[in-house]
Design a protein around this ligand. Structure first.
Ligand SMILES: O=P(O)(O)OC[C@H]1O[C@](O)(COP(=O)(O)O)[C@@H](O)[C@@H]1O
Length: 321
């Protein structure tokens, strides 16, 4: 998968972000999501790929567009795609920071088909790669990351979804002395941020969506960061779903390479609302400005794309606003 192809996907996340950003603060998360899905689905038509959605909006019978197994693209190289047209629906609905339109792409067969269930995750940047252990106590992981970053645990900021289920993690992290950024939704953005110097966060820990976990793994693979994960089935139906999707051992500790196989992957995201790394969509008379990140594992290149779109020349974007 070459550089030109990676850049083609930016239009897809840009279209989703511009469509979805119109719903910021309107309290309608489903409408914001629907706008993103619609725009992303249409934008795929002009990308020269034969894409198969492996992580998407749900099973075919529950999602009309971007469902698992749907073929997208205008024809070309066979790729598998994980899509999240709007990651952080509540964030857009409430106008809060951190929502993104996001894709992870790999050659056919290159992404774990993650079922829609919870997943335990721990994510860190390149300097702490190889130092984390999802089975170890929180304090031990904090110590390992602090040592790798040549600082004290007190100088670490970790990101945790603000959920009751994380009370133990939060308690242990506080006890150990780390600073904590509790987020209301959207754990993909911080998973990227931990691997980029200057964002001020150093580790993401806790349980979130498994599909989002695979998408985060693609980003961390491109950035040279590290992640360990484990599916968190809550009942027999979850286990059955995982098995149906080809995962025989639901208790296995998953590494990045267990989620994003091989030596080729892209990660592309456009901010919808303002983020720590990317600026949210800004609209002006007749256009919008978007901020995206495009990463390619093979070359290790991380590109930031700051784009100004003129609606009169971009029918796809006009239609959505
Ligand atoms: O809200 P829950 O059930 O704790 O799930 C957390 C997961 O949901 C998300 O916040 C995404 O939410 P949306 O599907 O509403 O965009 C993920 O980022 C996170 O992994």
């Amino acid at each position: 998968m070459d550089r030109e192809l990676a850049l083609e996907f930016v239009r897809v996340t840009e279209a989703a972000a511009i469509a979805s950003g119109r719903w910021m603060g309107k309290g309608e998360k489903n409408a914001a999501d629907g706008a993103a899905v619609d725009a992303m689905r249409e934008a795929f038509d002009s990308v020269a790929i034969s894409g198969r959605v492996v992580i998407g909006e749900g099973e075919m019978d529950e999602a009309p567009m971007l469902y698992i197994g749907e073929e997208v693209g205008g024809g070309g190289m066979e790729v598998d795609i994980a899509v999240d047209p709007l990651e952080g629906t509540n964030l857009v609905a409430k106008g809060l920071p951190g929502s993104i339109a996001v894709l992870a792409i790999a050659p056919r067969g290159g992404l774990l088909h993650a079922p829609d269930m919870y997943m335990e995750k721990i994510c860190v940047g390149p300097k702490a790669a190889g130092k984390i252990d999802i089975n170890a106590p929180v304090a031990e992981n904090l110590k390992a990351v602090a040592t790798a970053l040549d600082r004290k645990v007190e100088d670490l900021t970790i990101v945790v979804l603000d959920r009751e289920r994380h009370a133990k993690i939060i308690g242990e992290a506080r006890e150990a002395g780390a600073r904590i950024k509790l987020i209301t939704d959207g754990d993909v953005s911080p998973a990227i941020n931990v691997a980029i110097d200057g964002t001020g966060v150093h580790m993401l820990i806790g349980t979130g969506g498994a599909p989002e976990g695979v998408i985060a793994a693609a980003a961390l693979k491109c950035l040279g960061g590290d992640m360990q994960a484990r599916l968190y089935p809550e009942n027999q139906a979850d286990i059955d779903r995982a098995i149906k999707m080809g995962i025989t051992d639901v208790n296995k500790v998953l590494t990045i390479d267990d989620m994003v196989y091989g030596e080729d992957a892209f990660f592309v995201a456009t901010a919808i609302t303002q983020g720590d790394l990317l600026n949210g969509v800004r609209y002006f008379g007749g256009g919008a400005r978007t901020h995206s990140i495009v990463m390619r594992y093979k070359s290790g290149t991380v590109r930031f794309v700051d784009a100004i779109h003129k609606f009169e020349r971009k029918p796809l974007f006009v239609k959505r606003v």
